[in-house]
Ligand binder design. Structure first.
Ligand SMILES: Cc1cc2nc3c(=O)[nH]c(=O)nc-3n(C[C@H](O)[C@H](O)[C@H](O)COP(=O)(O)O)c2cc1C
Length: 320
């Protein structure tokens, strides 16, 4: 590949080969998927939002056997507040990169940085980006409303959000939401990102631990195959538009997606038993692929796209 990422701040901070992050995803972003992405040159990010501390500690340990490449851990701040001992486990795991989310990163950023860890904070809006910059984080993950899973009620699409954050903040940005290939990656870079993060694309990967029905649901979803539940009444969730999701959205069902219900759908493949997160990027995903093919195919497409827009690349962190 003829791409030169030597000026790319995201790679400088995270140590991966390519600026492609695999999202932290409760119960899903575990050692098998995270190590597959790391071994392919991307940055796999382990989840902790499941709150399954013993399981997660075993997963951190398993990573030592599975990869020599850099990998990362996500810490939702509201979860760390309930279980601060996780910070010691994260520091002991040897990771050099953490993303924080869901809360004030200022609470833990110093402690992590003093342990030699770079900290990027995930934000769904401009206010959050400004606050995170003031709190001293090293970079931002900027999540547009196209993204899967828990969404801010005041959602805005990635294109406008990315530009707004780029203008307001000097930090390196990783863009998330609606991205599933190298063309989307190039678009994000043209708007000021220096990396991309994808969740849905990696749910539908060979190494993802979810049931084939969930993966196929993403492949079959098409352009209109996701929907948002709880819009306007609390934490919203972008999920696959299954019959269950449609019943919830229309008010015909008062189903609550407990962890157990979601896990039935994730791992038993019963999409009538629980809601499954998926982003608008489902529209671009038409086959289940190994993580290595996802990462390498994306870099090939990214290069093709950049060759098609030479005026834009002069402005980004990659030379060709
Ligand atoms: C199944 C699933 C679970 C997720 N769980 C989390 C989570 O635990 N913590 C988090 O910060 N984001 C979570 N996300 C959101 C991702 O971090 C990311 O913002 C989103 O997936 C980007 O959009 P995309 O799925 O279209 O690539 C999840 C996404 C998916 C698909």
């Amino acid at each position: 590949v003829a791409l030169d990422f030597s000026a790319n701040r995201v790679l400088r901070d995270c140590g991966a080969h390519y600026p492609i992050f695999q999202s932290p995803m409760g119960w899903i972003a575990r050692s098998r998927l995270v190590s597959a992405v790391a071994n392919a040159g991307g940055l796999g990010i382990m989840e902790t939002s499941s709150g399954d501390i013993p399981g997660l500690c075993a997963e951190f340990a398993a990573m030592r056997e599975l990869t020599q490449a850099p990998w990362a851990i996500n810490l939702p701040v509201m979860f760390v507040k309930r279980y601060e001992a996780i910070l010691d486990e994260v520091i002991a795991s040897g990771v050099r990169f953490v993303t924080t989310s869901a809360g004030d990163p200022g609470l833990y950023v110093r402690r992590l940085q003093e342990a030699g860890i770079k900290v990027y904070h995930a934000v769904p809006h401009l206010d959050g980006a400004r606050k995170a910059e003031d709190a001293g984080v090293d970079g931002l993950v900027v999540e547009g409303g196209e993204s899967a899973s828990i969404r801010n009620p005041k959602e805005v699409g990635l294109m406008a959000l990315l530009r707004a954050v780029r203008k307001a903040c000097a930090l390196p940005i990783v863009a998330a939401g609606g991205i599933a290939d190298g063309w989307g990656m190039a678009a994000a870079f043209a708007l000021g990102a220096e990396g991309v993060q994808m969740g849905t694309r990696f749910v539908a990967s060979a190494e993802s631990p979810v049931h084939a029905n969930y993966k196929q649901g993403i492949v079959d979803a098409g352009l209109y195959g996701t929907t948002i539940i709880n819009r306007g009444i609390g934490p919203c969730l972008r999920v696959l538009k299954t019959s269950l999701a449609e019943a919830v959205v229309s008010g015909k069902s008062d189903f609550v997606n407990t962890m157990d219900a979601a896990k039935m759908a994730y791992f038993e493949g019963d999409l009538g038993a629980g809601l499954v997160p998926a982003g608008e990027s489902s529209a671009v995903i038409d086959t289940v692929l190994p993580a290595r093919m996802i990462v390498e195919g994306m870099i090939d497409e990214f290069e093709q796209a950049l060759r098609g827009m030479p005026r834009v690349i002069a402005d980004t962190s990659v030379q060709i």
